[in-house]
Every structure is written in structure tokens, then in C-alpha cells.
Ligand binder design. Structure first.
Ligand code: AMP
Ligand code: MG
Length: 651
């Protein structure tokens, strides 16, 4: 916020805008937001039953008629007076004369059933005057042309559905707030209702903000990213009873953004923006909101993690929200703070998310004073479900793909201790615990080997936590195996020295490591690795990209460099892909990565040494069918061929 001292136009007291930087608790913020918006009527419209599927009832529906509308026979048979059959038995057949009519479905009876008579009636036919029971045709015998014989008694009401026994006239059939599905449509149709009052879905305008945003489907220019929030928020609005109108991404330009926000708000019931809430120079939306209408900003800064920069406002009765830019933060704050308000506006009851209890295997640190949401993956442990934290930080979107749900750490707690039985809110009601759990270092080769398992209907969960994290999980028995590529300098060997009791090594594949450079760079092309590094060191303009301490690749680099520390040495990303990206984007001229990554990035590659990518298998889990299926896929011709064509060397 650049100009914090200017009083807000909507702020008669001239209170400094800094007051809005006061961080409210989650509960305070939600209470103030709701107090500024409710009560308000849910706008309703009349909808033809045929088009009402998926809509929400705006009012209670009272049954206008009885269903069934008359006393109805449940079977094919004869309408009788039960008193006539009181003495009937195997040895005492009762003979009844047949009345001269047959009551078919949809035929109103014309003649009464007098004592000593019966009328033939079909399933669904109206019970005639005088009759009080139905005798099944199977329990009768013809006795001459116009009579039947019955050898058992009939109780009053036998095989009769009374008028109103299904739905009684005047009964509350469906309540306001009910989501109309096929069952509800059936009940309404049975009562003859052809039009229902439904809530008019609130129109929610969705705008992404940021100079860096590109819509999916368009080419990505340098330094740009794809607009993720636009798609997330649009879908989440629809999921919660709103009608989303996505207006695209607007650049960080005050007048452009203000025009877009005014137009959007005028045409809708609610406006949801994302981005621009942290206090960078480009953060304009909250300044604009202050001019959009009263009372304006309700909360800017909420004690949530992720999601602190959330901004809540009400402008002339309409909610205006700015979600944090990071997609996971945007999604959590939307679900936690905006969904309750949206559902109320849409006439829907509060969301009822499915929950399970699961044990947290590791201590989760948490910031004191902020309600923290932690995404978790569920795996089956010996004593029940285990909730594995899968967050990669608020910038990561893939944590969602791995996560089954999230747990909440109270604002007053600074951690959740290992072993806590935590309540996990599920993202979908039908969580399926994976058949195969892989925790450790991820490799694209792994996806090739597990492909046949997925095709066979097995759910494979791969949680990327690095080699050491995977080993720890394997030792705790929380996964089936951990993929690792750990180099032991003392023994100059891979992986085996790192195994612990209860773990065994399953050989995986080799990944050729080498120098990457941009194709056509004469400093490297055609040289050996050693010569290429000499050439790089001889050119003072040449910049390298290194790897993090502890990576096997880093050891190779250090051996090539000796004690020379060239420009770029301190740039130490943690993955093979980050090295390739740095070189491809001209942030560095060379680095060391693995062949498949270089190949996928279209870079030149000089091979140097092979890295061993193996599996630390939890021996106790070896006989599980999914583990056996994995081992089979790993050894199969198909699996090996797929690895080879991606640039790996199976062993
Ligand atoms: P901001 O709040 O605008 O400073 O954004 C914080 C971070 O979220 C930046 O890294 C943005 O690039 C990113 N971000 C903002 N909006 C989006 C979006 N719609 N989709 C994906 N990332 C976004
Ligand atoms: Mg931004």
C-alpha cells in the first residue's frame, strides 16, 4: 500500500487506512462480514418442474393433494367386505357372488360391494364403496360363472393403500433450501406440481488480477504464469449455488481495474477478485473497493494460514471479496470464508463436508495466532488412517492433487504434535485410500512404471518428499516403499548404505547425469564434461546453476569444479527440473541434470555419470497385491521399454 496516509473517501471520520491492516481473527472477520450482509431475502423465481433439477427450493412446498388420492388396491384380486370372510377356512370355504364390473387401473368403480359379493379389481384400482379389503386372485377359486370361493379370512385393510398414506394433503413435502434432485422431482410430480419456487442463483462476477496472468490455451510468454484462480473460483462458485461469470484477468492498472470492477459489480450480486492483496506496488484492488460503495472494507487481513491477505468488503449491499493470489490460499479462503456467505445468498443450507479421524505421523509446526489449514493425504496404517501433510507451501497447486482433505490447527496452538488424532475434512465425500503408497523422491519414470497399475484400477499415491523424507516414512511403515537416490561419499555407492532394519532395496533404474547447455552453444557442444567445464570457467561471462548440498548431483559438480566458485555457484535449486529451466530461460548457461529432463527441455547434454534411482521397500508390506503388481510392472518388458524410451536405463 503506497499511500497509507490519505483518508478514504467513504470514511467520514478520516480514519487512517492503516486500520484495515489490523488482522482480525477468522471468527471476527466472518461475523462482521455476515452482519453486514444478512438478513436479506433470497430472490426467487418460478421454475418449470422439468427444468428444476439442480436448483434450490426457495420456499416450503405443501402437498396440495393426498397421494394416493383414493384408497387403492395393491394387488390383482377381489374387493370384499372382510366381515364376510370372518369364518372362512380350509374346511369352511365362503362363496361370494361377483359384481358385474371389473375395476381396472384408472377406472372409477360404479357399483358398491354389498355383503356376500366381491368385485374384480386390478393393482392400482380404486377400492369400491362397501369394500374394506382385497383378496389376492391366487387365494380364490372360480365357483361357477359368476362366483368365487375363498378359504381364508381377510383382515380389514388387507392389501389396501389408504388415501394420503404416502403423502398427506397439507403435509410439508419439501423444505426451502432443498437441492432438487430426481427424488424431489418425483415427489413434486406425484402431487401434480408443475412449477416450483426456486432460488435465483446469485450472479458472481469473477476477476483475476495481475500483469503476469495468461489464460489457459494461450501461449505462455516469458515471466508469465497461467491464471489458475479464475478457473478455481469459477468452479467453486458453481459448486456452491452461484452463477459464475468469469471476466478474465485484468492487468495491475488502476483505471482499467476500477472500470472492470464497477462494470462487474453493477451487473452482478457479488464480485470476487484474486491477487493484489499483498502489499506490493501493484496492489490496487482494495484501494478501488474503498471507492465502490458503503460500508466498504470490512476486513483486510485475517488470521488464516494460508490466506492472511484476504480482503472482505460490502459495497452498497453487495459482497466484494479479494482472495489472496496464491491458488491454494485463494481456494482455502474461498471455501472457509466466502462459501458460507454465498450459500446463504443462494438459499442453500451450510455445506456439510465429510470428515474422518486420522493420526498425524509427524509434528506439524503452526504459527501462533493464525487458524492454519494443512492439506493431508490419507494412507492406511496398521491402526487406522494416517494423515500425511502434503502442502508444499501456499504457492503449490499440486498439493491439491495429492491431498484427500485438510486439517485445521487452532489459532491458539503453535503446533500439532506427532501422534495427534486429528479430524480431517475431506475434499470429496468418497475418499478412497490408495492401494499403493509411494513416499520419497519423485521421478517421471515412476509414472511410466505405475501406469499399468492405474489401468488395472489400483489407486497409486505418490507423495514427493525427497529421498530422506521417504526413508523416514518407510521406517515408520507409512508407505509401501520409498524411491531414493542417495549417494554415500564414504563408500562411493548409492542407496544401500542408507537402508535400515525392515527395509530392503529393490533396484530401479539408472539416470544419466551430465552437463546441460542450450543447443548451439559453442562453448559446450561436442566437448567432454571436463573440457566443457574448463571452457565455461575460461569465460567470465558464463554463469552456472548449481544443486543443493546433499544432492548426489552436487557431489559430481564439486568434483569437477575443485575449489573454484564460478558465477552462479550459490544458485542452488533443489531439483533436476529447476536446473534445466534456469538454463533454458538464459538465467544460467550450464548446470548438471539428468538426461530425460534435459531431453524434455530440449537442451544439449553431455553425459558424465549415472545416478541410481532405487526403491527402499518395506519388507512387511512386500506381499500386498499392489506391491506385487508394482514389482511385476517394474520387471515387465513393457515397463522397461517405456523407461528406455524416456531416457532411463533399467537394471
Ligand atoms: P499477489 O497477491 O497479486 O501479489 O499474488 C501473489 C502470488 O500469487 C503471485 O505469485 C502471483 O503471481 C500469484 N497469483 C496471483 N493471481 C493468480 C492467479 N489468478 N493464478 C495463479 N497465480 C496467481
Ligand atoms: Mg498480483
Amino acid at each position: 500500500m503506497s499511500n497509507a496516509k490519505a483518508p478514504l473517501p467513504n470514511n467520514p471520520e478520516g480514519i487512517d487506512q492503516d486500520q484495515f491492516l489490523t488482522v482480525l481473527s477468522r471468527e471476527q472477520a466472518l461475523a462482521r462480514f455476515e452482519a453486514a450482509l444478512f438478513p436479506r431475502p433470497v430472490p426467487a423465481e418460478s421454475q418449470l418442474l422439468a427444468d428444476a433439477l439442480g436448483r434450490v427450493l426457495a420456499g416450503d412446498v405443501v402437498a396440495p393433494i393426498d397421494v394416493p388420492p383414493f384408497d387403492r388396491s395393491n394387488v390383482d384380486g377381489f374387493a370384499v367386505r372382510s366381515a364376510d370372510l370372518a369364518m372362512a377356512g380350509e374346511a369352511a370355504p365362503v362363496r361370494l357372488m361377483l359384481n358385474d364390473e371389473v375395476i381396472a387401473c384408472g377406472t372409477a368403480p360404479a357399483r358398491p360391494v354389498l355383503s356376500g359379493t366381491a368385485t374384480s379389481i386390478a393393482t392400482g384400482g380404486p377400492v369400491p364403496r362397501g369394500a374394506d379389503a382385497i383378496v389376492m386372485v391366487e387365494h380364490t377359486q372360480p365357483a361357477g360363472p359368476r362366483a368365487i370361493e375363498i378359504r381364508r379370512a381377510a383382515s380389514p385393510g388387507q392389501f389396501v393403500s389408504y388415501a394420503g398414506s404416502d403423502i398427506a394433503r397439507g403435509e410439508a413435502l419439501l423444505r426451502a433450501g432443498t437441492l432438487i434432485g430426481s427424488r424431489e422431482i418425483g415427489m413434486l410430480a406425484a402431487c401434480g406440481i408443475s412449477q416450483v419456487p426456486v432460488a435465483r442463483a446469485p450472479r458472481v462476477a469473477v476477476i483475476s488480477t495481475g500483469d503476469e496472468l495468461v489464460q489457459p490455451g494461450k501461449p505462455l510468454r516469458p515471466a508469465a504464469i497461467y491464471d489458475t484462480n479464475g478457473a478455481i473460483v469459477t468452479a467453486a462458485v458453481s459448486e456452491n449455488g452461484g452463477e459464475a461469470v468469469f471476466l478474465g484477468a485484468i492487468a495491475d492498472d488502476e483505471s482499467q481495474l476500477e472500470a472492470a470492477m464497477r462494470e462487474a459489480l453493477a451487473a452482478s450480486d457479488m464480485l470476487v477478485l484474486s491477487g493484489g492483496t499483498s502489499k506490493g506496488a501493484g496492489d490496487l484492488s482494495h484501494r478501488i473497493i474503498a471507492r465502490l460503495g458503503k460500508p466498504g472494507i470490512i476486513a483486510h487481513g485475517v488470521a488464516l494460514k494460508p490466506g492472511k491477505p484476504l480482503c472482505l468488503a460490502v459495497c452498497d449491499g453487495k459482497p466484494v471479496v479479494i482472495l489472496p493470489g496464491f491458488p491454494t490460499s485463494a481456494m482455502f479462503t474461498f471455501h472457509d470464508m466466502i462459501v458460507p456467505v454465498l450459500r446463504r445468498m443462494a438459499g442453500l443450507p451450510p455445506r456439510s463436508d465429510a470428515r474422518v479421524t486420522a493420526k498425524v505421523p509427524v509434528r506439524i509446526a503452526s504459527e501462533l495466532g493464525r487458524t492454519e489449514f494443512v492439506m493431508v493425504s490419507l494412507v492406511e496404517g496398521d491402526g487406522g488412517l494416517i494423515a500425511y501433510p502434503s502442502g508444499k507451501g501456499s504457492g503449490a497447486i499440486t498439493s491439491f492433487a495429492q491431498a484427500d482433505g485438510f486439517l485445521k490447527i487452532d489459532a491458539l496452538a503453535d503446533q500439532m504434535p506427532a501422534g495427534t488424532e486429528a479430524e480431517v475434512t475431506l475434499f470429496t465425500p468418497h475418499v478412497r485410500v490408495p492401494d499403493l503408497v509411494i513416499v520419497g523422491s519423485h521421478c517421471t519414470g515412476l509414472d511410466l512404471v505405475t501406469a499399468p497399475l492405474a489401468r488395472a484400477g489400483l489407486v497409486v499415491r505418490s507423495i514427493a518428499v525427497g529421498s530422506l523424507g521417504g526413508l523416514a516414512a518407510a521406517r515408520r511403515g507409512e508407505c509401501d516403499f520409498a524411491p531414493i537416490h542417495l549417494f554415500d561419499e564414504k563408500s562411493e555407492s548409492y542407496n544401500t548404505p542408507y537402508l535400515a532394519d525392515g527395509l530392503e532395496l529393490v533396484p530401479g533404474w539408472r539416470r544419466m547425469q551430465g552437463i546441460v547447455f542450450r543447443k548451439g552453444d559453442k562453448r559446450f557442444e561436442g566437448l567432454s564434461a571436463q573440457a566443457a567445464v574448463r571452457a565455461a570457467l575460461a569465460d567470465p561471462a558464463c554463469i552456472m546453476v548449481n544443486r543443493n548440498q546433499g544432492a548426489g548431483t552436487r557431489i559430481l559438480i564439486d568434483r569437477l569444479l575443485g575449489d573454484i566458485r564460478p558465477d552462479g555457484y550459490w544458485n542452488q535449486p533443489r531439483s533436476h527440473n529447476a536446473v534445466a529451466a534456469a538454463v533454458a530461460q538464459h538465467r544460467a548457461d550450464w548446470g548438471m541434470t539428468i538426461a530425460p529432463v534435459a531431453q524434455a527441455a530440449g537442451l544439449g547434454f553431455i553425459p558424465l555419470a549415472e545416478e541410481h534411482y532405487d526403491f527402499a521397500l518395506v519388507t512387511a508390506r512386500k506381499q500386498r497385491p499392489a506391491v506385487q503388481a508394482f514389482l511385476k510392472a517394474l520387471a515387465s518388458d513393457e515397463g522397461r521399454a517405456a523407461l528406455v524410451s524416456a531416457g532411463f536405463r533399467p537394471v
